[in-house]
Design a protein around this ligand. Structure first.
Ligand code: HEM
Length: 463
């Protein structure tokens, strides 16, 4: 049987680019209805061979294929201006494999447990500044927490001049691409012109250079003083590959930028969505709080991380609100067949988190927030893909999930919060990510004491 090819979206490429930047989810929804699970898009002056894939079967085949059959780093040039050319995002083949092997131990196993207490303390410290009945923006506060987590966990920085400087610089750099119009700078390379410190691109590059200088000074300082801490930077400086080679300074700097960039925006955004849904649906909040109370007054952070309903709420939030619209593009190096489809060399395959997570056959009533679906059913690695899959699966997924649960658990057990108003919150592009418009305004109504387990019926906790 002759193989199929993806149906192209029959609109001008400039129109597709505008839609992709301004509202990538509606764009995908509309064209999936017309063309089915897989279609070809052409983004003006960026790439005319992009294939959006919404079928879990095809995505599983893509994940299963040997990574050497695709160029993935090459397809990620869009992040190069933010993280540098020596970032994991931009690597391919054996270089990518080696770098992942060097970085992976910092994000898994027992290492994670050592970060748990820090995450809870940072959360408590930030929340302690809230005043009763005074509104705050959930996304901003979450960014404060997640940036602090990255700075402490990755750099081991808690005080000092470098610490004071790096936080506002990074927040300012990312805030420069916080809505659709400025985000277009990332997609349109001809706009990336450094016309001095006052031009938008010049300003972004200037801030990036300042951050890189701070990172350079930190690495230098550690070398001079032979400092070895428990943070990720210390591990990165100590690891050796199978030939006994350490990571180069350029790699260290670019990977630090990568972790800063990939590790806190995403987690802050998903936490803001979680607070939104939890406070929109009182029954969800009540169930989480009951579950937290069942652990007693001062639970161990790793006990919080194991709570099943809290875990299901995090998964349902990740399902409903994909932080990025599609996974990293996998560019075919040679012509290849996947499922019933044939792809020529040079096609950029983009598994769509959004299309998969809103499939009626997998997630009945996908527009409804129903954490229970994750208690009732086990989803396969290509049916639930908030962190991607295969050889490029998110390096920080375990840290991100742990952070989500600990931040939610720490705050919900000690504070009664409420949404400032009941207006539905829309999704808007923020650089390469998708974030809630307005950032979810919340207000602290009162502090609360966790109830002792004996004063409640734990049997009724889980639906
Ligand atoms: C809720 C939070 C997060 C979400 C939703 C998320 C999502 C993703 C996704 C979808 C990818 C692409 C995977 C693919 O194409 O298969 C990715 C890659 C990556 N993420 Fe995350 N991420 C999160 C948090 C983090 C954190 C906390 C870190 C590190 C501190 C991190 C570091 C990375 C890195 C380094 C990559 C590139 C991996 C590679 O190319 O090999 N992410 N992430």
């Amino acid at each position: 049987m002759a193989k199929l090819v993806p149906i192209p979206v029959n609109r001008p490429s400039w129109w597709q680019m505008v839609q992709w930047i301004s509202d990538p989810l509606s764009f995908q929804q509309k064209w999936a209805k017309k063309c089915g699970d897989i279609f070809l898009i052409n983004l003006w002056r960026y790439n005319d061979n992009l294939v959006v894939v919404g079928s879990p079967q095809l995505i599983q085949e893509i994940f299963n294929k040997d990574a050497t059959q695709f160029d993935i780093g090459r397809g990620n040039q869009i992040v190069a201006p933010l993280v540098g050319q020596n970032s994991l995002f931009l690597m391919d083949g054996t270089r990518h494999k080696r770098e992942r092997k060097l970085l992976m131990p910092s994000f898994h196993g027992e290492r994670l447990q050592t970060y748990a207490q820090q995450i809870c303390e940072i959360t408590k410290e930030v929340a302690s500044q809230w005043q009763k009945d005074k509104p705050f923006i959930a996304r901003t506060v979450m960014q404060d927490i997640t940036l602090e987590v990255i700075i402490q966990v990755v750099f081991g920085l808690r005080e000092g001049e470098r610490y004071q400087k790096i936080k506002p610089l990074l927040a300012a750099m990312l805030n420069m691409i916080d809505s659709p119009l400025p985000s277009s700078f990332l997609f349109l390379r001809f706009l990336q012109k450094d016309l001095g410190a006052w031009s938008p691109w010049g300003k972004l590059k200037h801030r990036q250079l300042q951050i890189r200088k701070l990172l350079e000074a930190e690495i230098e300082d550690r070398r001079t003083h032979n400092f070895i801490g428990t943070d990720i930077l210390s591990l990165m400086m100590a690891v050796r590959d199978e030939n006994g080679e350490p990571m180069s300074d350029l790699e260290l700097k670019d990977e630090l930028m990568t972790l800063l960039f990939a590790g806190h925006e995403t987690t802050a955004t998903i936490l803001a969505w979680a607070f939104y849904k939890i406070h929109q649906l009182p029954e969800v909040r009540d169930k989480i709080v009951q579950e937290l109370d069942s652990l007693g007054e001062k639970p161990n952070p790793m006990e919080i991380a194991k709570l099943p309903y809290l875990n299901a709420v995090c998964q349902e939030t990740l399902r409903m609100y994909p932080v990025i619209p599609v996974l990293l593009p996998r560019i075919t190096k040679t012509p290849m067949d996947i499922g019933d489809y044939h792809f020529e060399a040079g096609m950029a395959l983009m598994p769509s988190i959004y299309l998969v997570h809103y499939r009626e056959d997998l997630y009945p009533q996908p527009q409804e927030f129903k954490p229970e679906r994750f208690l009732d059913r086990q989803y396969s690695p290509s049916e639930f893909i908030p962190f991607g899959g295969g050889s490029r699966r998110c390096l920080g997924y375990a840290l991100a999930l742990l952070e989500m649960k600990l931040v939610l658990g720490t705050i919900l057990s000690s504070y009664q919060l409420a949404l400032v108003d009941n207006k539905p919150v829309k999704i808007q592009r923020r650089g390469l990510t998708l974030a809630p418009v307005g950032g979810v305004p919340l207000v602290m109504k009162s502090k609360r004491q966790p109830k002792s387990p004996s004063s409640q019926k734990t049997a009724s906790l889980i639906p």
